[in-house]
Design a protein around this ligand. Structure first.
Ligand code: NA7
Length: 560
């Protein structure tokens, strides 16, 4: 029976499903929950809808996956009535889109904004969670879905004096809703990852001066963004079915055509011509449409890196600055590469300069600015583009599972999951879009996880089960696969935040799904065919009954 989502003054609200996070995954989960007849509420810490696309509102924050491949595909009507203006949309348009989705599917009345989950306690007997949030509300939910994202906990490096700065200070991942006025200001940008390389060219023309503090250079290639023409708009609408089919089955979740030739099929000259073509191609196709041996041939990736180095030397007028901008410590794709527009060219402007922290480390931040061995440079604004603590949001929500065990403690050495969806010991907790799930275009993977979860819950409902967690065998098998296959990933444990390497003291464990979407599909299909026997299902008490006397009856649970 459906529990009521209505809250009165004295009792906690009862819901079938409580979702955390109003980003692209959380909204989709909410839509699917309501569609299937569950009562649901969504709690969001931010003051608006959008998740990543609410918080990351710095100038030039934008998709680097094509807009129509990142967006939802579950409704042809939605696909038809939303017109993306650019192949890679900017944050304001993305935020408008997600708000449009919330309105179009009447989701907003199930969303509570400005409500950060502070604890979520599993009740052993009833098989429900009691969830408390910063707005003072308490909910009892049968299912808890943490759609809290992986790049959602901003990371500030421990630089001495950071709090002492008297000017304006912003993190790209916590950007204020009121516009920041850069005009005529002396600005520092610290960090040159995807966010740093987007904001630098965006503000370079209006600031008085811009100093970019770079710890490690990245292999940036052009995003090659452009408006979607009227013909392309018509083509997108006409091709909806094919697009959906391709994206629902593609390993990467992109529309980019994989290239059939191996690098060894071509001469050096032909390869250089092909790299030139890739340089001029959109976004991630530098990876997804590269030679067929791209992910298995480090020499090829090295050669591609040298090609990009040549481009950087050609784009940056000052040879010394160009050399500093060329990575020497890693090759292309050992870190998640940024895609940018005009980043290298920005250093040709007289008011923009680069400080390489390898040669000139930051000693401290002072009241007036940033101090290095060359003295204090004074600023009006410091922008921290210093990244995120990957997948951390899930662990800091105060989730406790069976026997009161905290997820934070259970994952002290890194996450252990089944399909990046669930973890043993935490029944009825789902975390689509969390660790071990995705490997390329995230919303496509995250949508697969939501769909699979809904299938599992429907199966359970038909059979009278309402408590579920993966079998230990299934989780061990998936976690072992993730760890074993991590060495085949191009990403480097020393350099990539996909291994947690950007956070001091964080265990070095692979946090993506290195086996890709094919493996995800495969394991899901096998589980489905075997009546979801990778899960242990049981019956809890009715959602509204939180009594300690009920006992759950375990029914199944063999790993195939
Ligand atoms: P990233 O890609 O993690 O970039 C963070 C940047 O901050 C990177 O250049 C770091 O240098 C730099 N950083 C980190 N710590 C410091 C310190 N202590 N001093 C100076 N610089 C530092 O985060 P983004 O926000 O740019 O991008 C995140 C994702 O958003 C991206 O992957 C896309 O999915 C979209 P480092 O390389 O660690 O030396």
């Amino acid at each position: 029976m459906q529990a009521s989502a209505v809250q009165n003054a004295s009792a906690p609200a009862q819901v079938d499903m409580l979702i955390v996070g109003a980003g692209i995954t959380g909204l989709y989960q909410l839509y699917r929950a309501l569609e299937s007849g569950l009562s649901a509420v969504l709690l969001e810490a931010g003051k608006g809808i959008g998740g990543t696309w609410f918080w990351n509102r710095y100038p030039e924050a934008r998709f680097d996956s094509e807009s129509y491949t990142y967006a939802y595909l579950f409704s042809k009507e939605l696909f038809d009535d939303w017109r993306w203006s650019e192949h890679f949309a900017a944050q304001p348009e993305i935020e408008r889109y997600l708000n449009h989705v919330a309105d179009r599917f009447d989701l907003r009345r199930h969303v509570r904004l400005d409500a950060r989950v502070t604890s979520a306690m599993f009740n052993e007997n009833s098989g429900t969670y009691t969830i408390e949030s910063s707005d003072g509300s308490t909910h009892i939910a049968r299912y808890l879905v943490a759609a809290t994202g992986v790049l959602s906990v901003p990371f500030y490096p421990s630089v001495a004096g950071r709090e002492d700065f008297a000017g304006e200070s912003y993190h790209t991942g916590l950007w204020p809703s009121t516009p920041v006025d850069f005009k005529g200001k002396r600005v520092a940008v610290i960090g040159t990852g995807s966010s740093g390389v987007q904001i630098v060219p965006a503000i370079a023309d209006e600031v008085a001066s811009l100093t970019v503090y770079q710890r490690s250079p990245n292999w940036c290639t052009p995003l090659n963004n452009r408006p979607i023409t009227e013909d392309e708009q018509l083509g997108l609408r006409a091709d909806y079915t094919t697009i959906k089919q391709t994206l629902d089955t593609s390993i990467s979740g992109f529309l980019h055509e994989p290239y059939k030739r191996a690098s060894t099929d071509d001469t050096l000259e032909e390869r250089q011509a092909f790299y030139e073509k890739l340089w001029n191609s959109p976004g991630f196709s530098k990876m997804t449409s590269n030679y067929s041996d791209f992910f298995t041939n480090a020499d090829l990736r090295k050669e591609f890196s040298e090609f990009i180095a040549g481009k950087i030397r050609g784009l940056v007028n000052d040879p010394a600055t160009a050399e500093l901008l060329i990575p020497k410590d890693h090759i292309y794709a050992q870190k998640r590469p940024p895609y940018a527009t005009g980043f290298y060219e920005a250093f040709n402007k007289p008011n923009v300069k680069l400080v390489s922290l390898k040669e000139t480390p930051i000693q401290k931040v002072t009241e007036k600015g940033v101090e290095t061995a060359h003295g204090v440079e004074e600023f009006d604004i410091i922008v921290w583009a210093t990244g995120f603590d990957f997948a951390r949001a899930l662990q800091r929500m105060g989730i406790r599972g069976r026997n009161g065990v905290a997820l934070e403690d259970a994952w002290r050495d890194g996450p252990s999951t089944f399909l990046g969806i669930q973890a043993t010991g935490f029944p009825n907790l789902f975390f689509p879009g969390g660790p071990h799930g995705a490997a390329a275009n995230n919303p496509r993977y995250n949508g697969d996880q939501v769909d699979f979860t809904m299938e599992l819950l429907a199966y359970m409902r038909e059979r009278g089960y309402d408590v579920v967690e993966p079998s230990q065998a299934a989780e061990d098998q998936w976690s072992n696969t993730v760890n074993a296959m991590a060495s085949y990933s191009p990403f480097s444990p020393e350099h990539s935040y996909y291994f947690g390497s950007n956070i001091p003291g964080k265990p070095r464990k692979f946090l993506l799904n290195p086996a890709g979407r094919g493996m995800l599909f495969d394991v899901m299909a096998k589980s489905r065919e075997a009546q979801f026997n990778t899960f242990v299902m049981s019956q809890g008490r009715a959602c509204i009954d939180d009594s300690e006397t009920a006992s759950a009856t375990q029914q199944t649970g063999e790993q195939s």
